[in-house]
Design a protein around this ligand. Structure first.
Ligand code: ATP
Ligand SMILES: O=C(O)[C@@H](O)C(=O)CO
Length: 429
């Protein structure tokens, strides 16, 4: 079989945990995948897919567009044939929203006039019906996401949400079409295109729908969505003889020795439960954003705390708290300042702990992961086995790798932190 020596799929992810989630999915479907932190200096070798992780979900739209276009240009230079824009399975957007502007800019740069938008991820309970996004049994706007610190989602109708972010016409490929399979989805795409629709939200309930939609996207230069829709894309390359269907499913990761830490900057429902579960039996230090704002030495206090425990067992450092407390802090400090203060503190703590011999990091939250991974000087990640749906074990590339698990706020079982540390090779639990 003639196998390509340049990457096939070039992906741009709007946050770091989302990037790992996508890379995990591609590895599971047989694509050798590397995740880079921003546009790297050195191109990864021997890969089928590259995921460029940006931190562009909550920045102003023009910055998100510029960073995404730079990533696209670099991926084009690497020889990628199809491009994927990954955003959150809960369609996280600020009030102004970056999904529309980035999609428009990527379509324009690729000379294309149509793409789909499908955040569905059934394994984590995200389904879409008649344009409405459900999280498990609840509408998006009643799922807890209405309280997100940075991207509160108060409208479950994604046609409406996306239409507010773009001058392009947004349409819907509903479940009655999707359930009829690839051929019907393909002809509906053509019909919508004729009507001037540039972006179509696509309903889906199960993985089999995602495979059917993925197959219908074989000829689209750009596909957008959550990690779920990426399930159906590797098959197109296998069918066209470009991808070896027998690739190893997950990369072997190097063994990493050293101390372990858990850093949580996510305030999601799932992370709140995971933090409470950890604190029932293990040490944790709470970051108080108001103390940070007053200029108190919170980072030094956190490091003094870890210094007392880390040689015996892993420690959790967290800013995670209830939606009510987050709102109070934001009212006092402003949303952006509160987020940045915490992200910077967790990044400073991570950098100091690295010097002290910490080599395994479990990090909760996409924005938080972005800040921490940058502070650790990581340039690219190899993707290993899945810990929980959407979260693989990873290792940084380079001579002295770090073991990392980047957890999206809403993902992971209640005992995720311990489970992830074990996956990264921690034996003292
Ligand atoms: N106690 C708090 N008060 C105010 N802001 C907080 C608090 N705790 C966390 N935050 C901020 O909320 C934001 C959470 O975003 P982050 O992306 O890290 O988590 P998430 O949205 O749950 O995860 P994901 O993006 O992977 O779904 C961060 O900017 C963080 O600093
Ligand atoms: O799609 C998801 O839910 C995650 O990968 C994510 O992007 C969370 O930030």
């Amino acid at each position: 079989m003639p196998i390509q020596d340049t990457p096939l799929l070039g992906c741009i992810a709007d946050d770091f945990t989302g990037a790992t989630d996508l890379a995990n999915m591609l590895v599971r479907e047989g694509m050798r995948t590397v995740q880079t932190i921003g546009v790297p200096d050195v191109a990864p070798q021997d890969v089928d897919a590259i995921v460029v992780a940006l931190k562009s979900r909550t920045v102003p739209a023009d910055e998100a567009v510029a960073e995404s276009l730079a990533a696209l240009r670099w991926l084009q230079q690497q020889g990628c044939r199809q491009f994927f824009f990954k955003y959150c399975s809960t369609f996280d957007s600020t009030a102004k929203g970056n999904i529309g502007p980035v999609t428009d800019a990527l379509l324009h740069a690729l000379g294309s006039d149509f793409t789909i938008a499908c955040p569905v991820f059934p394994e984590t309970g995200r389904t879409l019906y008649r344009g409405h996004l459900f999280i498990q049994n609840q509408l998006l706007s009643e799922s807890g996401m209405q309280n997100h610190p940075l991207t509160p989602m108060t409208d479950p109708n994604l046609v409406r949400v996306l239409q507010q972010q773009t001058p392009s016409k947004v349409g819907l490929i509903g479940y009655p079409v999707v359930s009829q399979g690839t051929g019907k989805i393909h002809s509906e795409m053509a019909a919508l295109r004729q009507q001037g629709v540039r972006m179509a939200i696509v309903d889906a309930l199960e993985n089999q729908d995602l495979y059917a939609i993925g197959a219908a996207c074989a000829d689209l230069p750009l596909v957008t969505g959550g990690s779920g829709i990426a399930l159906g894309l590797p098959g197109n390359f296998v069918r066209s003889g470009l991808l070896n269907p027998h690739n190893t499913k997950a990369a072997e990761l190097p063994a990493v020795d050293g101390l372990s830490i858990v850093l949580a900057g996510s305030a999601s429902k799932a992370t709140n439960t995971q933090v409470s579960t950890w604190l029932e039996s293990r040490p944790g230090f709470c970051i108080d954003p108001l103390a940070l704002a007053r200029g108190e030495p919170v980072v030094a206090q956190a490091l003094a705390f870890t210094g007392r425990h880390l040689q015996q067992q892993p420690v959790l450092i967290y800013a995670t708290t209830t939606p009510e407390q987050v709102k109070q802090v934001q009212a006092e400090l402003g949303i952006e300042r509160a987020g940045l203060l915490i992200e910077q503190a967790l990044a400073d703590i991570a950098a100091a702990l690295l010097v002290q011999g910490v080599r395994r990091f479990v990090i909760a939250g996409g924005e938080t992961s972005g800040a921490v991974v940058k502070a650790l000087g990581v340039h690219a990640l190899r993707i290993g086995a899945q810990i929980d749906p959407g979260v693989p074990a990873t290792a940084s590339t380079g001579a002295r790798p770090l073991a990392l698990a980047l957890k999206s706020g809403n993902f992971g079982s209640t005992d995720f932190f311990e489970k992830a540390l074990r996956h990264l090779g921690e034996t003292r639990l």
